[in-house]
Design a protein around this ligand. Structure first.
Ligand SMILES: CC(C)(COP(=O)(O)OP(=O)(O)OC[C@H]1O[C@@H](n2cnc3c(N)ncnc32)[C@H](O)[C@@H]1OP(=O)(O)O)[C@@H](O)C(=O)NCCC(=O)NCCS
Length: 164
């Protein structure tokens, strides 16, 4: 059987439902090892679809595809903040998030951003640590009556000499 092919492409206007479904499954099935059911529902439930689509279109967003299957996505805002990074439960630990992060970091570098920041979940922290991020502070995110622990993390980007 041919090996799976991982590709990264830009987000398109029609990708809102795909990314929302990836987000919900990643939270409910992967982050479930670190948060209570009530916390997971506060995080993944009650999302406003229109606001979701506007946010991802406004940010720079990329979709990871394995063959023809959406496997994950990432978004970066104009301030160098990695807002979202979610990988399908079906494709964990296969380098999907790493491939997305490489694209994010290259885009940030082209824009002259020196430092990428993120709010890492308990589930995401080992990934970000492995990819060179440091914890700035532990914090609490309030969502729909629940309090979820997460970490402000940052990674200083070293100049590669790349140009736009
Ligand atoms: C965190 C997440 C994005 C990582 O995605 P992924 O595609 O599985 O990550 P990668 O395969 O690129 O992992 C790269 C490296 O990060 C580290 N890593 C990733 N997940 C890890 C884990 N659960 N425990 C320890 N190290 C981990 C490892 O060093 C890994 O390399 P290895 O598999 O060769 O050991 C994914 O688990 C996810 O979607 N989690 C749920 C949603 C979430 O919390 N997202 C982050 C929001 S801030």
């Amino acid at each position: 059987m041919a090996p799976d092919t991982l590709g990264i492409r830009d987000y398109r206007a029609g990708d809102a439902e795909i990314t929302l479904a990836l987000f919900r499954r990643a939270v409910r099935e992967v982050a479930a090892r670190d948060y209570t059911p009530a916390q997971l529902e506060a995080w993944a439930g009650g999302i406003d679809r229109a606001l979701w689509a506007i946010t991802l279109e406004r940010q720079s967003t990329w979709l990871a595809m394995i063959d023809d299957t959406p496997a994950g996505f990432a978004s970066l805002n104009e301030h160098g903040h990695l807002d979202m990074l979610f990988v399908s439960p079906d494709h964990q630990r296969r380098g999907v998030a790493s491939a997305l992060l490489s694209v994010v970091e290259q885009a940030a570098q082209r824009r002259g951003i020196k430092c990428v920041t993120t709010e890492a979940s308990l589930t995401g922290r080992p990934f970000f640590k492995a990819r060179g991020f440091d914890v700035v502070t532990a914090q609490e995110m309030k969502r729909r009556g629940e309090v979820l622990k997460n970490f402000r993390m940052e990674k200083v980007l070293h100049d590669t000499g790349a140009t736009a």
